[in-house]
Design a protein around this ligand. Sequence first.
Ligand code: ADP
Ligand code: MG
Length: 230
Amino acid sequence: MINVNNLKKVYRTDEIETTSLNDINFKIDEGEFVAVMGPSGCGKSTLLNILGLLDKPTSGDYEFNGVMASSLGGKQRTLLLKGNIGFIFQSFNLIDDLTVFENVELPLLYQKVPKSERKQKVEEILKKVDILHRKNHFPNQLSGGQQQRVAVARAIVSEPKLILADEPTGNLDSENGNDVIEIIKKLNEEGATIVMVTHSNHDASFAKRIIRLFDGKIVEDSINEKVLAN
Ligand code: ADP
Ligand code: MG
């Protein structure tokens, strides 16, 4: 599903040059659950943003489902994203003046899904993440845990094959964090491929594989024995 070769990302701002990623190589097969770990500033978000086509590498290749994603232009990029990749952020990133229902409906509107089908799909997904009873509320009327459920619903409503999550529990207390991780784990069991950035050893313990970055490089890529033992 994912094939990354010699990926490098350099940020240039004025005279300062930061090599955020260097010499990154890995493959991820369909159905994997990978945790990306490492200290703050080591390049985790940069990597996830490139995998989610939100950013481009400076050099190297990123192949997604056999398509050379790193060299796509805007329109082809949008086409590839649609229904293929769902993104969950630490800060939820919901739209404040849209209701819960409308926030989750957005990806389906972009895909021109007919109205009756949209309603059915959105309600089904809201039910799945246990937030259907709040469908007419606005994000600022919800707790952080509830907002992240809505963000998860929005990321999965078009049934993406790949779900990217950047510290999805980072702004949540442990109880809400656990609920969100349980949802992500269940999505993986249903067949979705998950790549999740996390600082939390607890969250990472749900992943079957751990990729650890340090200073822009991969320093560990290993099977999570604890999960296998379960
Ligand atoms: P992490 O998510 O692991 O904390 P990031 O991927 O956000 O790390 O950042 C990796 C490095 O790249 C850091 O040194 C950061 O300052 C730098 N960086 C990230 N985004 C930008 C940007 N848009 N412009 C310049 N430097 C950036
Ligand atoms: Mg980050």
